[in-house]
Design a binder for this molecule. Structure first.
Ligand SMILES: Cc1cc2nc3c(=O)[nH]c(=O)nc-3n(C[C@H](O)[C@H](O)[C@H](O)COP(=O)(O)O)c2cc1C
Length: 229
């Protein structure tokens, strides 16, 4: 009798834990497992370079998961799994830049090893990733964050310089992938870094360097899209 009461209590307890866990998960953002990046197609390099450009007009349509996976791999994915080295170089191979992705559902951190998006904060914060009107129109914004804690004992100014350079390579990879795929993109320094950093709950060593909108181009781009600020 005692045994059966104990078993019943245990089962009830387990059920409660399971239900509570499920409810908590439903309220939170989930990790997004990305499809394997498709790395065997794309325009030839010289054609891609001739088509690289900044665009500030975006269609509302979301990027499909395969395109998002390819984009992030091109940005700063692992291209040599044996050593864990990446598609963009980094000073002293510190790999200090994290690529965050602001989607309608929230902000996620790209984990290149797991090929997944790890939840950071819930809610649509795309508009907060920049100070210009068009930023809210892009279906996604990349936020580049340097983790100074990964950069050894260099002086702060050296970390600022090197992480800015390292971000530039990643941003250019995104420009090239976008040119190859016919996507619209603009890299941006015009950010309220303090406000965005607080919203992202960044640690003191995590510094926002740049952000970058990516999306499908608006059907008809204006003739002069050079500096709409
Ligand atoms: C480091 C950097 C920061 C930039 N910041 C902004 C920005 O805050 N807002 C913006 O609209 N464009 C920004 N741009 C995009 C430039 O305005 C654009 O690259 C330039 O006009 C040249 O155009 P192109 O990329 O089509 O050659 C930035 C570019 C770089 C490289």
């Amino acid at each position: 009798m005692i045994k059966s009461i104990t078993v019943t209590a245990l089962c009830l307890g387990l059920a409660t834990i399971l239900i509570t866990g499920t409810m908590a998960q439903a309220a939170d953002l989930q990790t997004i497992k990305l499809p394997k990046p498709a790395i065997t197609h794309g325009k030839p390099l010289m054609q891609t370079l001739s088509e690289r450009k900044t665009s500030r007009e975006f269609a509302a349509k979301d990027l499909d998961p395969q395109t998002l996976s390819n984009l992030l791999w091109a940005a700063f994915g692992i291209n040599r799994p044996d050593s864990g080295r990446r598609t963009a170089p980094s000073a002293l191979n510190h790999q200090e830049i994290d690529v965050f992705v602001a989607l309608k559902s929230g902000i996620y951190r790209y984990d290149p090893k797991a090929n997944s998006l790890i939840p950071d904060v819930a809610g649509d914060m795309r508009a907060m990733t920049g100070l210009q009107g068009y930023v809210k129109d892009a279906p996604l914004d990349l936020i580049y964050v340097a983790d100074f804690a990964k950069m050894g004992n260099s002086q702060e100014a050296e970390k600022v310089f090197l992480s800015a350079a390292d971000t530039g390579f990643i941003a250019e990879n995104v420009y090239l992938y976008s040119a190859s795929e016919g996507l619209a993109t603009v890299v941006r320094a015009n950010i309220d870094k303090k406000k965005l950093g607080e919203a992202m709950k960044l640690l003191p060593d995590q510094k926002i360097t740049l952000a970058q909108c990516v999306g499908y181009p608006k059907a008809k781009e204006s003739k002069d899209d050079s500096q709409k600020k």
